[in-house]
Design a protein around this ligand. Sequence first.
Ligand SMILES: Cc1cc2nc3c(=O)[nH]c(=O)nc-3n(C[C@H](O)[C@H](O)[C@H](O)COP(=O)(O)O)c2cc1C
Length: 188
Amino acid sequence: MEKQNIGTQGFTLPMPQSILGTQYEGKPNYMALGWVTRVNFKPQLIGISVSKGHASNKAIRETNQFSINFPSVDMVEITDYIGLVSGKRTDKSGLFETYYGELNKAPMIKECPLAIECKLHEAVELPTNTFFIGEIVGTWCEERFITESNPDIEKIKPFVLTMPDNRFWSIGECVGHAWKDGKALKQK
Ligand SMILES: Cc1cc2nc3c(=O)[nH]c(=O)nc-3n(C[C@H](O)[C@H](O)[C@H](O)COP(=O)(O)O)c2cc1C
């Protein structure tokens, strides 16, 4: 079958939909965040891409701290909303119940089953965005979302984002085990 070049925006790879938490002008501020990925093993570093125009970008520069919160499927509407309005004009601090962990300027969301707090490791300036690399200082979860010491996807019920079709999706079934299922081929 012949391949077509569908342009430079044609990616529909799912991204974990998250919510970025920062302290903006003395108050918690939250924005929808799709561009997030692990980037280093030791120390544990996580990268997020945040547009230079966002209040959240300014907040991270000023505080050197941020949190990444993972909402459940029942939080789709509110997650999208905080991606539509800026903390520059709208106070988003009261939309969630806030808590803090090890850091004092990385507000986290009680309603989200999982949250990671980070201190800024490095900021990489790109043409429109800043790629903030954070060192994880704490991961917060409740017992009811954990199975055998690990956050459990089936209990957390996170959702993913695809772009450029801009749709949210729930997670499907487990189809295999990493670092294990390939072993049979390795031994041949
Ligand atoms: C589903 C969704 C995902 C988003 N992902 C990102 C992202 O990864 N990076 C980014 O800079 N903006 C992203 N945005 C846009 C910001 O969330 C949005 O501009 C927000 O209003 C910025 O808020 P702030 O000015 O209070 O920081 C996303 C928006 C939506 C709706």
